[in-house]
Design a protein around this ligand. Structure first.
Ligand SMILES: [Zn+2]
Ligand SMILES: [Zn+2]
Length: 235
């Protein structure tokens, strides 16, 4: 075997035949239609430079496209996926269910590997993840209320589940007013269990109402009738 030339360590290491030299005057590599050579990366070329210069032939659609039209793949010899992004996306859409179930199967069979990779990812991205999560919850206050109620209910082993969009539906039903005092709910209203979980209430849509924050704070875990009577209603 010939010794590796400068910048050819990858070919050399793999013991592969040296590819046909298609280097053009600018140092780019052209795909050869007759060989299907789709070299996308010359070793020691930064990826950013390669993106501007190189073309790659998609194995799926057969089109030769700029390298930016392909996703990275660390396992591939040229560092890029063999199908272009458009073909990869189309494949994903067409095989969504199959891919999902294969993924679920792998995760079920490799709980430890999955746990390790998730833990690694979380550890490496903890700050980013935390602020992203905080932002999301802030922007989705209604979802948070429902999530928190469901979580608390499952902790108490009450079970039951509130449905998505419940807050919006109740808001309309209550015409934007507090179920207790009738004042406008505003933005920071609370989703309240009419019969508190602590008193055996169920975590279900039918046991929910929206209260202004201050009314909810007074009610807390009181029996709904006691509470309304304490507020001057003769229920
Ligand atoms: Zn393609
Ligand atoms: Zn109120």
């Amino acid at each position: 075997m010939e010794p590796a030339r400068e910048g050819e360590s990858r070919w050399f290491q793999h013991g592969a035949a040296r590819p046909v030299d298609r280097t053009d005057a600018r140092g780019g590599v052209n795909a050869g239609p007759e060989t299907g050579v789709t070299t996308a990366r010359v070793p020691h070329q930064p990826y950013e430079m390669a993106t501007e210069r190189y073309m790659k032939k998609c194995k799926k659609c057969g089109e030769t496209k700029p390298i930016a039209e392909f996703s990275k793949d660390a396992k591939a010899r040229d560092g890029m996926q063999s199908s272009c992004k458009a073909c990869a996306a189309a494949y994903y859409v067409a095989n969504r269910e199959k891919l999902r179930s294969a993924n679920a199967k792998w995760q079920a069979e490799n709980p430890k590997k999955r746990g390790v990779s998730i833990a690694k990812y979380r550890a490496a991205n903890s700050v980013k993840l935390k602020s992203a999560a905080a932002k999301w919850w802030e922007a989705n206050a209604d979802k948070r209320r429902i999530y928190e109620h469901n979580r608390r209910a499952s902790k108490r082993e009450v079970g039951g589940k509130l449905s998505k969009g419940l807050s919006e539906r109740l808001f309309k039903l209550q015409r934007g007013k507090c179920a207790c005092c009738g004042l406008p709910l505003g933005d920071d209203y609370h989703l309240d269990h009419i019969m508190p979980l602590a008193l055996g209430g169920v975590n279900a849509d039918t046991n929910m109402q929206l209260l202004r924050q201050s009314c909810n704070n007074q009610k807390y875990a009181k029996h709904p009738v006691d509470f309304m009577q304490s507020r001057g209603f003769l229920l």
